[in-house]
Design a protein around this ligand. Sequence first.
Ligand code: 3PG
Ligand code: MG
Length: 399
Amino acid sequence: MSIRNLDDLLAEGVSGRRVLVRADLNVPLDKQTGEITDDGRIRAVLPTLGALVSAGAKVVVCSHLGRPKGAPDPQFSLRPVAGRLGELLDAPVHFAEDTVGDSARSTVDELADGQVALLENLRFNKGETSKDDAERGAFADQLAAFGDAYVDDAFGAVHRKHASVYDVPARLPHVAGRLVLREVEVLSRLTGQPERPYVVVLGGSKVSDKLAVIEALLPTVDRLLIGGGMCFTFLKAQGHEVGTSLLEEEMVETCRNLLERSGGNILLPVDVVAADAFAPDAAHDTVRADGIPSHRLGLDIGPETVAGFAAALSQAKTIFWNGPMGVFEMAPFAAGTRGVAEAITKADAFSVVGGGDSAAAVRALGLDESSFGHISTGGGASLEYLEGKTLPGIAALEK
Ligand code: 3PG
Ligand code: MG
């Protein structure tokens, strides 16, 4: 890619310079305790931060967390992330109580060479996500004042036209961090000439979220395996009743059309685990995909489906997986996701796991991360990359 990267910046020398790093530290938090339940995204930026620290930069990290509405909201504070980041870096991380206010200014001013600061959630400020160029630009001016150079390592946010991602690089010398570089290298292998068969597994709850990527992949992939909540809209399109399963009625016709155009390349579940309720202790059984009882909802793909998907995956040379196959957070409905994930690790293929949720599923199920070719930190970002869309954060680095 025609983008300068961290090595170019390090070669110029960063000792004593303030380097503003946009990271994606949007990690899942436990709703009750507020604790970080998966720190994968924090670990993913360590190579970039570590290199800058070693080179003696004053490292100013910024990120969003969740979707606060442009004002401070304590449940979305990055403070717990600062603590975890400090543990992983084995060095204190100076936390600023605001993003561009007095606390941020003094925190940045007081940084010594090789020290790290984390600013409070970018989305506590209206300007970060504003659709108004001037409002975003004004916020970007304030952020850019904290750096002599800018590093984008927030792959999970490169599809957002936000101030910290899109407008700040227009104001500072800018480079891609190690994570962004690696993510783009890997994903470009999938959009270029993937080794065949190329098999894609898609899950997650909504067809509408995945429609664009399905459209883009259909002509490219050899097999598209569909599970997760979105499979029920496809099953309905096949003429099956789906009980009280998740259903996007307005997408049924679209799914029917996709199935017709796919020439048999879309594989759907043949059996599902159907339950009385969306609860870990709900009564449940494996049923045929065309025999879901009217009072039940499908919460996972069934074992015969897992076997069929595994057979397709065992032939693959390239695999992309996004989205869980069922409600893996509840033990009775985790087997589908686990089975598919294991089949991916066993295949003699270059495999990419896309997405915050699927990556978290891999770790939550205790699977060995190193048995996958690459685990992307970006959900929406990796899908939009595969759709062939221009990603604002990448485009800004190219300029
Ligand atoms: C993500 O979790 O997908 C990224 O951090 C982007 O977050 P967003 O979807 O709220 O912009
Ligand atoms: Mg998202």
